[in-house]
Ligand binder design. Structure first.
Ligand code: FES
Length: 118
């Protein structure tokens, strides 16, 4: 018999379309790494570097520990920003990688530049 509380929840990254399943008992980043998926930048995986900062667009998450104000201000937290390595999903989550770090991770999805020939 399977517990509903442990059922995997679908996590989707808005900019890349990457998705993976995550349980309510693990962080968003841990769930992504466990499945070998990509989409959220990975750093220390312990709340110390801020590289995994995301904004929750849809869905609810719960903190797994303190979230450093050095990386997420109170105002940002009220706007949905958090650290993917410090929160677990309570329902399916649609998130975006923070604008500061979004560009390098989107470059892998763009076509190579074309060279004009005369
Ligand atoms: S990976 Fe460093 S704070 Fe999340």
């Amino acid at each position: 018999m399977t517990s509903l509380a442990a059922s995997p929840l679908r996590i989707t990254v808005a900019q890349t379309g990457d998705c993976f399943d995550c349980t309510p008992h693990e962080s968003l980043l841990t769930g992504m790494l466990r499945l070998g998926r990509k989409g959220i930048p990975v750093g220390c995986v312990n709340g110390g570097c801020g590289v995994c900062k995301v904004r929750i667009l849809e869905g609810t998450v719960q903190p797994l520990g303190p979230i450093s104000r050095a990386h997420v201000s109170q105002v940002e937290e009220a706007q949905g920003y958090t650290l993917a390595c410090r929160v677990a999903p309570l329902e399916p989550v649609h998130l975006e990688v923070t604008p500061l770090l979004r560009k390098p991770f989107l470059l892998r999805r763009t076509a190579p530049p074309t060279v004009a020939t005369a």
